[in-house]
Design a binder for this molecule. Sequence first.
Ligand SMILES: *[C@@H]1O[C@H](CO)[C@@H](O)[C@H](O)[C@H]1NC(C)=O
Length: 318
Amino acid sequence: MDQGNYSRVAEFVLLGLSNSWEFQYFLFVFFNILYMTIVLGNLLIVLTVISEPALHTPMNIMLSNLSILDVFLATYATPKMIHDFLHEPKTISFEGCMVQIFLLHVFAGGKMVLLVVMAYDRYVAICKPLHYATIMNLCKCMGLIIGSWVIGVMHSLSQLAFTLNLPFCGPNIVYSYYCDLTLVIKLACMDTYVPELLMLLDSGLMGMISFLFLLVSYMVILVAVRRHSSAGLAKAHNTLVAHITVVTLFFGPCIFIYAWPFSNSPVDKVLSVFSTVFTPILNPIIYTLRNKDVKSAMHKLKTQYVTPSHLSSCLSQD
Ligand SMILES: *[C@@H]1O[C@H](CO)[C@@H](O)[C@H](O)[C@H]1NC(C)=O
């Protein structure tokens, strides 16, 4: 790579999701509502878990950390996309683009590992219930959560390390609403076969290894649940269905995007929207609304802070 005789592009042009003005107005409203729902829903989970000491179990701490990751995952590109619906031209600086790539891989990588950790937690709880307290305590849970962040950051740094050194000398049109590494890498002024292969291996390994772990752990759990089917395990079964749904909906699009990364198809755009905007809303819906403890804690929160009778009793006490 001869870095001497070209000037690096200053900004990239994002083509967004649509060219039609009317449709972009519609998308503006739609994604605004969706984004606010994601942020409020997930923050409500975090608030509920933090404020209720009875909910401080490894599972719920991981759940609220997953909510935080989901808020970040919904935030690294979506507000910019929403802003861009009403603005032309849709551009992003070179540095901004690299930041988006970095953040996406930190959050997505972190989420993958956290899902694996949550599956491991369920495995211990369901298959080794007598040893749960000794195997899984809050301290170990904290270590696992921090570990998933560290793996996310390392994965992301490894992707950026070679992307930053590519010669971006002119072509700067990204056929998406954010800087998607699979698309940006193709803009480099060189034969991008090797960098694309490296990127594919890097993300592919990360995704495949977590996916295999998840697949194996859920299969082991399902077999165990089937074998000793009793009333208590019906609940475990419900939890499992929730986890498997979230995992499938998150990994499905990722696998598709990376398995066909060399095409600019509209399908890719739809799938990126799906995995970065729609899956963060699943966490509140699927995990929490099926979780009785969280639901009753939310109810408690509501009666504490929202109910007028409580307000008036506060005032009369003062
Ligand atoms: C996320 O995990 C860390 C480490 O275990 C923990 O200290 C923190 O309270 C968790 N965050 C939430 C919102 O539960």
